[in-house]
Every structure is written in structure tokens, then in C-alpha cells.
Ligand binder design. Sequence first.
Ligand code: SAM
Length: 238
Amino acid sequence: LGVPAADDKAVVRDYFNNVGFDRWRKIYSESTDDVNKVQLDIRLGHSKTVDNAIQMLKDGDTLSGVTVCDAGCGTGSLSIPLAREGAIVSASDISAAMVSEAEANARAALSQEGVAMPKFEVKDLESLDGKYDTVVCLDVLIHYPQEKAEGMIAHLASLAERRLVLSFAPKTFYFNLLKRIGELFPGPSKATRAYLHAERDVERALAKVGWTVRKRGFINTQFYFANLIEAVPVGSET
Ligand code: SAM
């Protein structure tokens, strides 16, 4: 028997403060100590998602002075390069362990370079407020069942003045993923704790709040699959 969906958030928080923190910190680091083949492959896939997201955000322009909310920032994989690009970054995560790791990584990476530090906060997505030019949320939707994902997407869109960039594991790869990702997700039945999303469901959630997809990308390695989308308010597609 699975834990009811209402408890998902507590389960996720607990996981990313403990065993999940150790696992994902390793995956998102550059060290090759104690990292298996699957984890290395996921590291590669995720780094491609980060690179693609940065290209999408730059779009041939500068990010200097642009306010960006990195929702569910993990260890800072996106926040740090965004700060380097001159963005004013507000980074947050439900896991205090992740936030302190991200802060330490950012300090180590940026202090020598004279780059402004992102502002880090322990906060879940639902409690985020304020307005940002751009809101980004990479690889977090996997912790949201579809019925919760809709509210989460609407909330993130409400914080964004110009655009929202999201990545998620596409439902098409459901069975593949279930077989492969096993221990990388929280909860008693670990495989069932990963939620995949159909692109049309994400688009429908965006359409309900008057947003539409302007750009899309697909990233995949052997064990990692992600749809990456940039959404904007209807009428500002061009
Ligand atoms: N976005 C980061 C990246 O791409 O490097 C981290 C991705 S990691 C797979 C998922 C992150 O989402 C974890 O750090 C986890 O703590 C965070 N998270 C999960 N549910 C969350 C929620 N409701 N609010 C904020 N963060 C959440």
C-alpha cells in the first residue's frame, strides 16, 4: 500500500534531507567516487537539461539584471551558472540540506569571481511569493502527481512576469523509467513515487491560466528523459 498523496510532500522533504540528499548530491556533483553507471548517465542527462535551459533563457540576449526564481534549486546546478550570467537569482528548495549544499557550492564557485551570490531560502514551491521576470523549475514535477502538478504550474506561472521554464519526465517513458530509476525516488514503494507527465497535460494546466508553450526541447540519455518547455502568457509568443 502506498502512502496517500497528501503525505507526499512530507515524504519528499524527508527523503531530500536524508538518503535522497546523499544520492542526488553525488549525482549532481563532479566527483566520480562511489558513483555508478546509471548515476553517471543521469548526471550527464541532467547537465544537458541545465545547459539547454540556460540557452533557452539567454536566447541570444543577456541575462544581466534579469530576476530569476529557481524553484526547487537542489544543489545549485542551475542557480550558479545563472548568477555567472548576471541574473539576480532567488533560489529555494523544500530541503534544508539541499539549500545549504547549494549555498556552499555557490560560495565556492562564485566568491573568487566577484559574482553576486544567489539568494537562498528553504521554502516549498507553494509558499513562494513575489514577482520574477522568469521562473524556472527543473526536474521537480516528478515529485508531483498530476492532480497536484496543475496547481503547482498555475502557482509558478503567477510568480512569473515574462516566462516560465519547466522540465519534466515525459509519460511516454513511464514503464522504462519505472524499471530503471528504482532507488532514486522517495517513499515505501520507490518506483511509484516518480510521477511522469504527459506534455498535453502540462500544456492544459498552462492554458487554464492563460499561458502557452513557446519553445520546447527534449533531452535524453540512456537512463534520463526530460521534456523542457518555455511557456509565456498567451499573446506574447513572439
Ligand atoms: N532543480 C534542481 C536541478 O535540476 O538541479 C534539483 C532537481 S532534484 C531531482 C528535485 C529537487 O526538488 C530536490 O532538491 C527536492 O528537494 C526539490 N523539491 C521537491 N518537492 C519540492 C517542493 N514541493 N517545493 C520545493 N522543492 C521541492
